[in-house]
Design a binder for this molecule. Structure first.
Ligand code: PMV
Length: 356
């Protein structure tokens, strides 16, 4: 049996901007995991999952009310990852084999509600890693990351892949995405190996950040699952529709994230000030698009952190899921957690998953 686990993630800064190729975001991999166990089988392959087999199907109307968009299940990502790796296996002239995959996730709460820790990314990363070992493909972490991102954009074309990078590489990272539309357009015609070497990847970068000296990360869960696909659908604009206000958001987000990268691990006060700026930029973007990124609960979570001298921000697309706080030593965990609980926000005991 081959057993692989992939960590969950949290966005720290740069959300939405990172959807555009070349614009940076900061993420953390966290110590909750999704596990894939692979066993060889004969004749037919199965995917088993107690969690994802019969979850609710979520859908929403698009902006014009013309069509509906269906929220994807983690199993769609499993299928895409298997299809891509089997293509690579065949291109390398290796004999096809059968296997069963058992998926077990620690990225949801006990009743199956998602925390927003990136289960789709983690399952894609874990399945690719398991097949890499099973077929002895010898793929490097960067090749596995690229394959996981290609599989991801087959399911969710707009996904930046920040969560895929965090889950693959671990630690704190600064990430910029490639042009996924171009890669997706090429992906059915090119051999997989050629796709992984395309120049479209040149703007895709993963920079490791040092330890976060002088601050620690606290995480609060709002208990309301958010729909990232729906929010990104509403908020991000295709290149043709981008306006001046959106261009300003991108420029300000880039500047704040690059300054954060610079101050990370060196200047805790500057990190706090920049995180507060990123919170306000995201809130402004939501208002610009008539969409709530910072829900009342997320606002409460962040305001309480700021009142105590820390900095807080919705993590990811917002609309629910988790908020993150970076806190200096003088801010007691219990003081903040106590305030959060008054508003049904659950502190999650999460820490950085450091790269191995
Ligand atoms: O809501 P999450 O944690 O999946 O994060 C979404 C972050 C966005 O930048 C809004 C979208 C993306 O694909 O990066």
């Amino acid at each position: 049996m081959i057993e692989v686990s992939a960590p969950g993630k949290l966005y720290i800064a740069g959300e939405y901007a990172v959807v555009e190729p070349g614009h940076p975001a900061i993420l953390a991999a966290v110590d909750r995991y999704l596990t894939v166990a692979l066993t060889a089988s004969d004749g037919v392959g199965h995917v088993h999952s107690s969690r994802y087999g019969h979850g609710p199907v979520t859908w929403f109307h698009d902006d014009d009310g013309d069509s509906i968009v269906v929220e994807h299940s983690p199993l769609d990502y499993v299928t895409a990852a298997i299809a891509l790796l089997e293509r690579l296996r065949s291109e390398r002239g290796l004999r096809p084999l059968y296997y069963d995959l058992h998926i077990d996730t620690g990225l949801d709460d006990a009743s199956g509600r998602k925390f927003g820790l990136g289960s789709s990314a983690a399952v894609t990363v874990a399945v690719i890693d398991a097949l890499n070992r099973f077929y002895e493909l010898g793929l490097s972490p960067m090749e596995r990351f690229r394959l996981a991102l290609v599989a991801t954009i087959h399911v969710a074309p707009k996904a930046s892949g920040g969560d895929v990078a965090a889950s693959t590489f671990g630690g704190w990272i600064a990430y910029t995405a490639p042009d996924r539309a171009a890669l997706r357009a090429l992906s059915d015609d090119l051999p997989v190996a050629d796709l992984l070497a395309r120049p479209e990847w040149d703007v895709c970068t993963v920079r490791r950040l040092p330890e976060l000296a002088g601050l620690r990360m606290l995480v609060g869960w709002t208990g309301s699952p958010a729909s990232t696909e729906r929010l990104v659908h509403r908020v991000s604009l295709s290149q043709e529709r981008q306006d001046r206000a959106y261009a300003r958001f991108l420029a300000e987000s880039d500047a704040a994230v690059e300054e954060l990268v610079h101050a990370w691990g060196r200047d805790p006060d500057r990190v706090l000030a920049l995180l507060r700026r990123c919170r306000r930029l995201l809130d402004g973007l939501g208002r610009l698009r008539g969409t709530t990124i910072e829900t009342e609960q997320l606002a409460f979570l962040c305001d309480e952190a700021e009142a105590l001298g820390a900095a807080g921000k919705p993590s990811g697309a917002g609309g629910g899921d988790c908020g993150i706080v970076l806190a200096p030593a003088r801010v007691g965990d219990e003081a903040l957690a106590g305030q959060w609980r008054r508003n049904s926000i659950l502190p999650l005991d999460l820490h950085l998953h450091a790269p191995r």
